[in-house]
Write a protein that binds this ligand. Structure first.
Ligand code: SF4
Ligand code: SF4
Ligand code: SF4
Length: 656
């Protein structure tokens, strides 16, 4: 498929030359001695003929100037050799001797929107990739030190480093310089020029560019016009601000639901956009990048390309992702079926124990696939943390299976796979960075890109989803059933669980899999479903205000339920904060939800337990739902969230 990949991939955050065009790049930039290929934070990346005497500042102007009117930060000449130019040399004539004779004449421009830690990690990833394919054998003598540098940078980017790590970084850089006989070493230059930024990551746990996803907190930027829309929709009233003045978020109470982001008319709320990191990962030699995509993404993204809300474009997304260089395109929906296997088994076990008089068991069971809802209960209902299902969300189940089973079967280590989740959700960015979903600082999900961010990336890369040919999603991990796909709309998770639970408890096949009583658009609904002699009482809520009311009633024993589904966003994930904004919002969300129902209706298999690949994973790896192995890989715990000091609580923007 390499020939279908794009030479240059863009996002509104920058551009990169795809690694697959390197030979072409070399040819292009060596044909004429003064030709360079320029990318990064500039408006018009491409090949430029540089006039004699031109300075880097003039070359940047020729390349359309810096993106978003940002400030110049640095320039990398040639990858991975070459000079590293900072502001001091911006007005000097570009010295072509700074390009190594064995590489293409490329310049990567960094602006003040670039995180220096993320850039340094990219640089080392690139270097390691080149060493792996044998094109940089001379660096092998220092491989150990280079890997150690990467690990230190990784710790810094995840807020787990201390100031002594800068000392170690400097020492390693000096060893590499000596061993490889370099004239200069980029890491030394980065430490010298950007010491304060590194220190800010380590001591302040802050990345001012919002690119280090483990350090991100939702933040309202200077773009805020004080309209108050965010304050009105926030379900936990954690946004403050006077009309016409900048607003602020009290982070200790924020659930990451993203409703403020969806409501903001001027996109003033920053959630951390990892699109550019995604492009860099795709351009890194020998890096294996895989994606997973949530159900709700496929029925919304097409709207930006003139398609009706609810149109299923999963095979077009798959095709577009391959075109920009993704190695495997997977589907989270398959893992939604896996989630149902665990949740339905857990519900059945709790019901059976409860009615046999086991006082340690509490009902209702609460669905747990919405991370905003999970954070809400951790922050506000510390006495009820044993009621949500302990099953991980489909995104996290997929990630565990991909890194701990699929990668192993391919002979890969966890850290050799970069897993990017495409989600309708802002809270998934937060969920992916929860420490319990990591091992030795390698997170199951490396980072999350929202539907809207992916839409912008496709548009910037001139990919039109309405025109692109279909290409099926990789089904190595299996296809999905109708039960998995309806996860994306309100009532879908509990309906999918009820389908499997009903068949498990009665031993009979369902004649009609649609449970109409569980469907609807009201924010709070109650339904009854008969299973054998038991009438299951099920609650369904979306929006955390409604969820709070429901939980209060349960806590006060005013209401009894066997199971409850709660999703933070209106109509469920179809209305997630990471979805494209819609003019006729509620109508559009209903169309998206109907799109998912229509996929469900079109499938032969509609009950999660019938998914053959899910059954195979139990047969081959997990034994049975709720087994010891399943618990180890597919379940999690919840923690009381307490205030941890001022720096953890405040919207970073308040201190600017
Ligand atoms: S993400 Fe949700 S909880 Fe947090 S500030 Fe925005 S609306 Fe409020
Ligand atoms: S952040 Fe956006 S929605 Fe909130 S007050 Fe500012 S402009 Fe309005
Ligand atoms: S309802 Fe869906 S999109 Fe919204 S916060 Fe929960 S998981 Fe994310």
């Amino acid at each position: 498929m390499a020939n279908e990949r794009q030479t240059i991939i863009h996002s509104s955050l920058g551009s990169v030359f795809s690694v697959f065009s390197e030979e072409e790049l070399k040819k292009l930039t060596k044909e004429g001695k003064r030709r360079i290929a320029i990318s990064g934070k500039i408006n018009s990346p491409g090949i430029i003929e540089v006039p004699k005497g031109a300075t880097l500042a003039e070359i940047i102007t020729m390349a359309g100037g810096l993106l978003n009117d940002s400030g110049f930060k640095a320039a990398q000449l040639g990858m991975p050799f070459g000079g590293f130019i900072t502001e001091d040399n911006l007005d000097q004539e570009l010295d072509f001797k700074l390009f190594d004779k064995n590489t293409s004449q490329t310049i990567i421009i960094l602006s003040d929107e670039d995180c220096i830690i993320q850039y340094a990690k990219f640089y080392i990833d690139y270097l390691l990739g080149k060493m792996q394919d044998g094109s940089l054998d001379n660096y092998l003598v220092a491989k150990k030190e280079i890997i150690r540098m990467w690990k230190l940078l990784d710790r810094i980017s995840k807020g787990r480093a201390n100031m002594r790590d800068i000392f170690f970084l400097r020492r390693l850089a000096s060893t590499v310089k000596e061993k490889v006989n370099q004239k200069h070493n980029i890491m030394e230059e980065i430490i010298d020029k950007f010491y304060d930024e590194i220190k800010e990551h380590i001591e302040g746990h802050r990345c001012y560019t919002f690119q280090c996803n483990h350090l991100i907190k939702l933040s309202i930027t200077k773009k805020c016009i004080g309209c108050g829309a965010c304050k009105r929709v926030c379900p936990v009233d954690c946004i403050e601000g006077e009309r016409k003045s900048r607003h602020y978020i009290d982070y200790t109470r924020c659930t990451h639901c993203g409703q403020c982001v969806a409501a903001c008319p001027v996109n003033a709320i920053t959630t951390g956009n990892n699109t550019f990191r995604f492009l860099r990962d795709l351009a890194t030699p020998n890096k294996l990048v895989i994606t997973q995509m949530a159900p709700a993404v496929r029925v919304a993204i097409g709207e930006a390309f003139g398609l009706e809300p609810g149109t299923n474009v999963e095979n077009k997304i798959s095709s577009a992702l391959r075109q920009i260089g993704v190695d495997y395109v997977f589907d989270t929906t398959w893992a939604a079926d896996l989630t149902i296997m665990e949740e339905a088994a857990e519900l059945q076990e709790r019901i059976e124990k409860y009615y046999s008089g086991d006082k340690s068991v509490r009902l209702p069971i609460l669905t747990s696939c919405c991370p905003a809802w999970v954070k809400f209960i951790e922050q506000n209902y510390a006495d009820m943390l044993d009621v949500p299902s302990s099953a991980k969300s489909p995104m996290q189940m997929f990630a565990t299976v991909a890194k701990d089973i699929w990668a192993k079967e391919k002979g890969l280590e966890r850290d050799q796979v970069t897993l990017v989740s495409i989600m309708p959700c802002i809270a998934k960015k937060y969920e992916a960075s929860r420490a319990e979903f990591s091992r030795d600082l390698n997170y199951d999900v490396d980072y999350v890109i929202t539907t809207s961010e992916l839409m912008t990336l496709f548009k910037d890369s001139n990919i039109d989803l309405s025109q692109i040919e279909d290409s099926p999603i990789d089904s190595v991990l299996g296809d999905y059933t109708g039960g998995g796909i309806i996860f994306g709309r309100t009532g879908g998770v509990i309906e999918a669980a009820t389908r499997t639970l009903y068949e498990n408890m009665t031993g009979k096949k369902l004649e009609k899999v649609e449970f109409e009583s569980l469907r609807g658009w009201d924010g709070l609904r109650v339904a009854e479903v008969k299973v054998n002699d038991l009438t299951l009482r099920i609650g369904i809520a979306y929006g955390l205000r409604e969820a709070g009311k429901l939980l209060d009633k349960i806590r006060n024993k005013e209401e009894f339920f066997h199971a409850i589904e709660i999703m933070a966003c209106p109509y469920g994930c179809v209305g997630g904060g990471g979805q494209p904004k819609a003019k006729k919002r509620l109508e559009t969300l209903q169309q998206r939800a109907e799109g998912l129902n229509s996929i469900d209706r079109s499938l032969d298999l509609r009950v999660s337990k019938d998914n053959p690949k899910v059954r195979a994973i139990y047969d081959n790896h997990l034994d049975h739902p709720l087994s010891h192995k399943a618990h180890e890989l597919l379940h999690t715990e919840y923690f009381v969230k307490v205030k941890r000091g001022k720096d953890e609580n405040t919207d970073a923007s308040k201190e600017e």
